[in-house]
Write a protein of this length. Structure first.
Length: 144
């Protein structure tokens, strides 16, 4: 498993406009590989609590209603400042990738089985005393 490709993914998350292409790169090189999954460890509770409201806010913006986050299963790749994982919501299944060193990440939201639609969002998360500030760029594309 070549974890150096995480640097390429980080650069893509920061600059690429083809959000679907970024996710394809993630799943082709990491997300669907058992050896990658085994490198992760459960993320600490602080990171969970930091990212959950961001996911909730992005989902709310995408579907234009309040969204409940049911479960975020967040993993950390030690030594790479990289977090990833799926999340169940009442708006669909979300997946997050996040690089803590650059405070940037992406989220995908699949509203329902068979819909053929995947919503993508890129975000920058800058901690503000007792609050999270986010900047979101969203795109909607059909899934491949």
């Amino acid at each position: 498993m070549d974890l150096h490709k995480l640097e390429d993914l980080k650069a893509m998350v920061q600059t690429d406009e083809d959000f679907g292409g970024i996710w394809k790169y993630f799943f082709d090189n990491f997300g669907e590989k058992p050896e990658f999954v085994s490198t992760g460890k459960p993320a600490n509770e602080t990171m969970q609590m930091y990212l959950e409201p961001i996911l909730e806010d992005i989902c709310k913006r995408i579907v234009n209603r309040e969204v409940m986050i049911a479960q975020l299963i967040l993993s950390e790749v030690p030594g790479h400042n990289f977090f990833h994982g799926p999340c169940l919501t009442d708006a669909g299944i979300a997946v997050i990738i996040y690089f803590d060193d650059v405070k940037m990440g992406m989220m995908s939201l699949t509203p329902g089985l068979g819909s053929g639609m995947v919503h993508y969002a890129r975000f920058t998360a800058l901690p503000v005393a007792n609050k999270g500030a986010i900047i979101v760029q969203t795109k909607n594309n059909t899934s491949h």
